[in-house]
Design a protein around this ligand. Structure first.
Ligand code: ZN
Length: 182
């Protein structure tokens, strides 16, 4: 039976890498696999899903979740969605629709922002997923297992928002200790 698999975790946890592994294992025929990511993610190559360790797979970029459905032709058997946390609420009905079409659906996304808040519609996507895979990074301070994203504050304010240098993976303890008092 087809199902929705959601890979989630903090930054640097290898979410895209895991998604690419599912892509590579699914089928040798690229025509059977559709890869999409939201338009607003400008990291790395424009038409590729990239892992932090250098793997790349070609992808379509879409502004709205509904556009994913229109990209599915008769050959497609599985849909891979990277950076799924950036999509609007319609991602839920879109994933459901793809499932009713008999497709296998894989998503990868950041579950919490740097303030520890739920990111976008990730809680609902987690609830929708039959198969949930949490991936972890290493804490940049103490080296233990990390599931938080920490924003590095810089005095000259020149850090670009969204640039990976502005963020670190941290364990809950080191993440909490790094928060500035307000
Ligand atoms: Zn730590």
């Amino acid at each position: 039976m087809n199902q929705f698999t959601l890979i989630y975790g903090c930054m640097f946890a290898g979410k895209s890498t895991r998604l690419i592994e599912f892509y590579q294992d699914f089928d040798d025929d690229p025509a059977r696999k559709l890869v999409v990511k939201p338009l607003l993610d400008n990291r790395y190559a424009i038409h590729g899903v990239n892992s932090h360790n250098g793997l790349t797979i070609p992808c379509h970029r879409v502004g709205k979740p509904e556009e994913i459905t229109s990209l599915v032709d008769d050959h497609v058997k599985a849909v891979f969605i990277d950076e799924i946390q950036f999509f609007d609420i319609n991602i839920l009905s879109t994933v459901n629709y793809l499932l009713t079409m008999g497709l296998e659906v894989y998503g990868a996304g950041l579950d919490r922002d740097y303030l520890g808040r739920d990111f976008g519609h990730m809680p609902a996507l987690k609830a929708l997923a039959r198969n949930r895979i949490q991936v972890h990074a290493r804490c940049s301070v103490c080296g233990s297992k990390a599931d938080h994203t920490f924003r590095v504050y810089d005095s000259d304010q020149l850090i670009l928002v969204g640039h990976s240098d502005a963020y670190q993976a941290r364990c809950a303890k080191c993440w909490k200790e790094g928060q500035k008092p307000v």
